[in-house]
Design a binder for this molecule. Structure first.
Ligand code: MN
Length: 189
């Protein structure tokens, strides 16, 4: 059985940027539902005892397994999203990561603009990511449940831009939610 991993902080830890109310629905209802649905869908299949990442990789792009892929990828993406944030996070990274961001984007400001553009420009539901492949950092966006781990990228951080991630706190103001994520929540370390 796949399990809902514990939140790495209390439900109210990210207030005022993400409210306890949002967290209780997003983690307690949405993320839990992906895990519960996945468990129903993989029962008595070849995916039943696979690590979650392998389920994602082995169902990506296969129409006959789209239900399993969507729920497995969303289970993985959400666990990664919770770990992409912390109380009193955000702002510029330091050390090796700062150097790599400056090498691959020119500056932190350029990275920030590109990441915000991906997060606000994703049409409909999806995710924005900072990823690494072959030692090089880049920004990408994915639609719905889609995830960079299906394509051999190593995610470093992600932000969920499905409306359920921000609507209770920000209504339609996705750019304000992305600003709060970048300036107050990102867990660079
Ligand atoms: Mn979500």
């Amino acid at each position: 059985m796949f399990e809902l991993p514990p939140l790495p902080y209390p439900m109210d830890a990210l207030e005022p940027y993400i409210s306890e109310n949002t967290m209780s629905f997003h983690y307690g209802k949405h993320h839990k539902a992906y895990v519960d649905n996945l468990n129903k869908l993989v029962k008595d299949t070849e995916f039943e005892n696979m690590p979650l990442e392998d389920v994602v990789k082995n169902t990506a792009g296969r129409k006959e397994f789209s239900g399993i892929f969507n729920n497995a990828a969303q289970a993985w993406n959400h666990a990664f999203f919770w770990n992409s944030m912390q109380k009193n996070g955000g702002g510029e990274p330091t050390g090796e990561l700062k150097k790599k961001i400056e090498r691959d984007f020119g500056s932190y400001e350029n990275f920030r603009a590109e990441f915000k553009n991906a997060a606000t420009g994703q049409f409909g539901s999806g995710w924005a990511w900072l990823v690494e492949k072959d030692g090089k950092l880049s920004v990408m966006k994915t639609a719905n449940a889609d995830t960079p781990i299906a394509y051999g990228y190593k995610p470093l951080i992600t932000v969920d831009v499905w409306e359920h991630a921000y609507y209770l706190d920000y209504q339609n103001r996705r750019p304000d939610f992305v600003d709060a994520f970048l300036d107050h929540l990102v867990r660079w370390n």
